[in-house]
Design a protein around this ligand. Sequence first.
Ligand SMILES: NC(=O)c1ccc[n+]([C@@H]2O[C@H](COP(=O)([O-])OP(=O)(O)OC[C@H]3O[C@@H](n4cnc5c(N)ncnc54)[C@H](OP(=O)(O)O)[C@@H]3O)[C@@H](O)[C@H]2O)c1
Length: 280
Amino acid sequence: MITGKTALVGIVGDPVEHSLSPPMHNAAFQHLKLDYVYVPFHVPAKNLENAIKGAKDMGIKGLNITIPHKTAVIRYLDEVDQAAQLIGAVNTLKFTEDKIKGYNTDGVGAVKAIEEIITVKDKKVVIMGAGGAARAVAFQLILNGIQKLSIANRTPEKAEQLARDIKSKLEFSSRVVNFSELELTSTDILINTTPVGMHPHEDQKPLVTSEMMHPELVVNDIIYNPLRTGFLKEAEDSGAKTVNGTKMLVYQGVEAFRIWTGVNPPVEVFTEALMETLGK
Ligand SMILES: NC(=O)c1ccc[n+]([C@@H]2O[C@H](COP(=O)([O-])OP(=O)(O)OC[C@H]3O[C@@H](n4cnc5c(N)ncnc54)[C@H](OP(=O)(O)O)[C@@H]3O)[C@@H](O)[C@H]2O)c1
């Protein structure tokens, strides 16, 4: 029941009505009997500044920030944590009496998802794609101590730009490779951050097929619709272990929940709520 004491958190985006975050967070608040409620706020770019300042003035405890505001929101914050600064995007805000602090839990979410199977420290990783999600995943993997990073992207210049940015901020050298010259024999972790194979384009040919993979490989597709993408089916055919995109979505939410409440919510409650919302 919502009372005068209920704390408010939510998500700001444009559009926001398809967000899968409200059911996950509200399920965890109910499960843990925490007096919080999570609601969506549809905020167009022209209202972002007023929305963030108003949220602080109204005593909102925290917000998730989604497309298209993840970078624009930074100018309204008092403090930005290390990973979010490196990535250049914020997806979680925590409001305290005197300040608004921004975090990026997307990269943490991706790493935690993969770490259900394998620790990323000292591993050799290939990332496909060089967009917003790839940036978050790449920087967090490096913060978590991977040994080697290769980036393959349809537009090589964008991969080179990401590699340069990583080098200038973290002194870490990544390799930019063409899909045609990808060689995965010594790779430990392969991650797809492109939308290839995402609903309604399930039939799109995966960028990497089973003949190139091997049973020791951990393969992560961050697409969550469908749950088993063509790319993950190729991975299964090769005997590789797979991680689907719902895991990153769940763990980025779990991390935001922890930032707001100081409590680690049960991952199963998030997962169950997500699967129910996705109709699985
Ligand atoms: N599971 C999660 O929690 C989660 C979180 C965030 C995002 N995602 C998913 O991640 C995907 C990417 O999101 P984003 O924000 O990074 O998007 P983005 O910034 O637009 O980047 C898209 C990347 O995919 C590449 N790409 C697009 N279409 C391609 C194609 N047909 N063939 C080869 N490469 C292609 C682009 O290459 P170019 O540079 O050549 O354009 C670019 O590198 C989406 O499917 C999104 O749903 C999942």
